[in-house]
Design a protein. Sequence first.
Length: 438
Amino acid sequence: MKPRDEILTRLLNLHPKRIDLSLGRIERLLSALGNPHERLPPVIHVAGTNGKGSTIAFMRAMLEAASKRVHVYTSPHLIDFNERIRMGHAGGGRLIDDASLEMALERCEAANGREPITFFEITTAAAFLLFAEAPADAVLLEVGLGGRVDATNVVARPALTIVTPVSIDHPEFLGDTIEKIAVEKAGIFKRGVPALLAEQDQTALAVLEAQASRLGVPVVVGGQDFATHEENGRFVYEDERGLLDLPLPRLVGRHQQLNAGTAIAAVRHFDLSIPVSAVETGLTQAEWPARLQRLRRGRVAELAPREAEVWLDGGHNADGGRALAQVMADFEEKSPRPLILICGTLATKETRAFLRPFKGLAQEVIAVPIGGDHYGRLPAEVAFAAQQEGIPAAASETVGSALEYLSARDWTAPPRILITGSLYLAGEVLKLDRAKLP
């Protein structure tokens, strides 16, 4: 085991719960570390239910194309913890190296002692320590869960806050209605700091705007103050500064076009000097693994039926299911193929709500387990949920065995396979595939 992994294992045991939303523990630790969160480069703080990571990926690509050094903090990781912390450098950022990460984690561990603190809180403190001690032009900071009492919300004066689309997820922590969840997301708003809102469900938008008004927060609203659409194979963005005729985003799907629009609005608001050429480059070079990622080579592609399309996406909630089903329907219209879902979900997720949009679109769901200690649903449970939604389903022991099962069939046309249902499952697939992360 690497020294890094030994430290991370110790940190996991400092609190009896994986999730215990509070600001007190991280504030105590940050104070012991000399308050590094007060010495960060300008912060763009991003909350929301879906699209946070993709929006950040677009922003990073655009800012780096403009020769900016950008620190990035996201979660969870897919394969390796280092994915969560990206250090800004001239010419493009790099994932934190083991030696630097180990040093930061050890400093946090020593400062914390044996006091209770969650894994996310202490590792967030380590990221702040690293970011405060390395010059950069921006920090892109993703909320872990919710916003109001998320460990990232100790940053008192970000340059900009963003809320990507809000929907129901993690109801056991954030509430079981859109209104309650929107209040939690709006918790990152800071008096006088502009807030940029992606296109939203109207219920969520009303709550977000009310919370912003209460705090005197100026808002920029997607669909009102900026908008996007596809036209003749181009991506059109429009705001009060005019219209941009741009290439289509590299990340696939209508939902990614909305995320790209949010990112453009954000970088244009954050830095008026960002040239259109940097926006264009960012759109076409942004990378974000396991978000409708096409697997063309590697072990997974080898196990799939010959000439099959294999796609990987970590979508796991109802809105994620709707977005993925829309993309699959668009694919079907342009290039018809039998659609097969290989799906594993966590026990805390609404599996039926995620699968519901695929009724009439997917030919079959093959349910698989999620490994490790992630509390995945049994494949039989996932298969039953699909059957309840009117989708034929079967269970398989692994993704590999599911692909072998599909390869043994006779196909009149090569299938389109979507592996989905959880980011943890996506991480297992990428590990199997030995895919190189960007």
